[in-house]
Unconditional design. Structure first.
Length: 303
């Protein structure tokens, strides 16, 4: 099981040249650039409802033009091969979108995937390609992010339209992940399918959420599945699991407003299980375990 990434919650559960140091010599050739030195990006002071996010594209990871990144509909950066850039984002419900640059037309920038970040934290998002060779986001650990970024160039060839001091609605107090393998019987989604260990963990979470230490304003439950099966089936299954976790939290005495959504096979944590194990269904199921999960995002404050 993964652990809560939270403030105080600790129960186990869960297309131009890059600059960033590049200078042009008198004859127009590019001089050698310096690598990331491990220091924090000089952004404005992080607000009490914000997080810092590094977006990066590894060197040689895939071919293609610059990847444009949009944050809540606003243009942020165009990442060429081997580049990164960081931004302050609202910790609650930012809609992130990645698209390839193209000659004609613009991306539907009001689309994208909602991401939640724990207030005050620094997170890392890698640009990868999906099975249709389109750019998508993959969250990675701090260790992987820091290690990779030190060999990349900071992208500064375009002007970001994301305002670091924009209004953010509410802070994220904590975020946790319930892995479905420890929460439900395999293939199950109903209240009767919750395993004993899962019930204990939800009850313990309920006790934490009802603590006087926190001022909790709302809770969001998000269900996810692995990519095995049809998209329609997975969407329905993820919705049912989110509904069941909400029901279990209410049964545990949580009185805060709880919203829920099923996202099916979106936001996969592990994306290449079919490629790794093309001949073994059993190994594919085991490989996809991290993708079968329910995430609980808690909005509020420490008292």
């Amino acid at each position: 099981m993964k652990k809560i990434i939270a403030l105080g919650l600790t129960i186990p559960l869960l297309s131009a040249c890059l600059s960033g140091g590049i200078k042009s010599s008198a004859d127009g050739k590019l001089e050698q650039w310096t690598t990331f030195d491990g220091k924090t990006v000089p952004l404005e002071k992080m607000g009490d409802k914000q997080s810092k996010v590094y977006f990066f594209r590894e060197s040689g990871a895939f071919e293609g033009p610059a990847v444009n990144v949009f944050v809540d509909g606003d243009y942020f950066v165009s990442l060429l091969d081997g580049s990164y850039r960081a931004s302050l984002v609202c910790s609650t419900g930012e809609k992130l979108l990645a698209t390839f640059s193209r000659k004609y037309g613009f991306a539907a920038r009001d689309t994208g995937i909602d991401y939640n970040f724990v207030t005050g934290t620094t997170e890392y998002i890698k640009i990868i390609l999906n099975d249709k060779n389109q750019p998508i986001f993959q969250r990675v650990s701090e260790d992987e992010g820091l290690h990779t970024i030190q060999y990349l160039r900071r992208a500064s060839q375009t002007l970001s339209r994301v305002k670091n001091n924009r209004f953010c609605s509410q802070p994220v107090l904590g975020k946790l992940t319930l892995e479905s393998g420890s929460l439900f019987k395999f293939g199950g989604a109903g209240y009767q399918d919750i395993l004993e260990q899962g019930r204990k963990e939800i009850e313990a979470l309920g006790d934490k959420l009802n603590s006087d230490k926190y001022k909790i304003t709302s809770i969001k439950v998000m269900g996810y599945t692995d990519p095995i099966g049809s998209a329609k089936y997975n969407l329905t299954l993820s919705q049912r699991r989110a509904e069941t976790v909400k029901e279990a939290l209410l049964s545990a005495g949580v009185k805060t407003k709880i919203d829920l959504i099923g996202l099916g096979e979106k936001n996969l944590i592990v994306r290449d299980c079919a490629k790794q194990f093309p001949k073994s269904k059993k190994q594919r199921i085991a490989c996809n375990q991290p993708n079968r999960r329910v995430e609980v995002v808690v909005y509020g404050y420490n008292k």
